[in-house]
Design a protein around this ligand. Structure first.
Ligand SMILES: [Ca+2]
Ligand SMILES: [Ca+2]
Ligand SMILES: [Ca+2]
Ligand SMILES: [Ca+2]
Length: 260
């Protein structure tokens, strides 16, 4: 049985920019991550989980980021600005055969695979503001699921495929929402005046972890998938990156990461 874990981290870059690098482990054996280590724009690297030498699988002067393993480990979806603006791409895990799936003049990025591998959710501003879209895994038939004038982003597909969690500021500040995979029943789960964002499902689908700024610093929270029992897991002093990430500008910036 395959399983994967996902981790989203923020990399402080030169000039004070806060950039988002998503790293993801597949089947406990390989990790994909984003780095500037080769000095020629952001690249995606793959390494064995036991710590082998990372391989630059994008190796392109454009900025490449947000790698996401396909459910069966055969492909990696990612973001790149190599064509001149942000697009969602898919490639073989060794970096061969990169395909521009979105191919649209608007910003497109932050992919999330459906658990059966047939669809990819992503964020796009093609209808004038950021919304969550779903397309077939070959890039065909993109559909706007959120259709809301607010900023919507950070889609994360539930393990059973029935729902998509996302972040939106439609109610005045950023909250975690969930909707059915067809876009129906968009529900505010967090309902808190703080900044809440970047949802990630537990492997069994019963809980959602997220980042929140609800006091004077950033914390990682977890809640039941219906929004109950919101619990501060970190509860430590010290400024993190969550509030910068989920504030409206940073929601943009995450989606724009390859266009920094
Ligand atoms: Ca690159
Ligand atoms: Ca685009
Ligand atoms: Ca929107
Ligand atoms: Ca909130």
């Amino acid at each position: 049985m395959f399983s994967k874990t996902r981790r989203t981290t923020v990399v402080p870059a030169l000039a004070g920019l806060i950039l988002v690098a998503c790293s993801e482990a597949y089947a406990g054996s390989q990790i994909a991550f984003t780095s500037l280590r080769d000095g020629d724009g952001w690249e995606i690297y793959v390494m064995e989980a036991y710590g082998s030498r990372p391989v630059n699988v994008t190796n392109h002067p454009g900025d490449d980021g947000c790698p996401v393993w396909s459910p069966f480990g055969t492909h990696i979806a990612f973001m790149s600005n190599r064509s001149g603006n942000s697009e969602t791409y898919v490639m073989d895990v060794d970096g061969s055969n990169p395909i521009n799936l979105t191919n649209h003049s608007a910003q497109d990025g932050f992919p999330s695979w459906s658990p059966d591998g047939t669809k990819i959710a992503f964020t796009s501003a093609r209808d004038g503001n950021r919304d969550i879209y779903v397309m077939a895994a070959d890039g065909s038939h993109p559909i706007n699921l959120t259709n809301d004038p607010a900023l919507d982003g950070f889609a994360n597909w539930s393990p059973d495929g029935s729902a998509i969690a996302f972040t939106s500021n439609r109610d005045g500040n950023t909250e975690i929402y969930v909707m059915n995979a067809d876009g129906s029943d968009q529900t505010n789960l967090t309902n808190h005046s703080g900044l809440d964002g970047v949802p990630a499902w537990s492997p069994d689908g019963t809980q959602i972890a997220f980042t929140a700024f609800r006091g004077d610093d950033d914390e990682v929270y977890v809640m039941d998938a219906d929004g109950r029992n919101q619990t501060n897991l970190t509860n430590s002093l010290g400024q993190g990156w969550g509030s910068q990430l989920v504030a409206g500008l940073e929601l943009d910036r995450c989606c724009d990461q390859p266009d920094r």
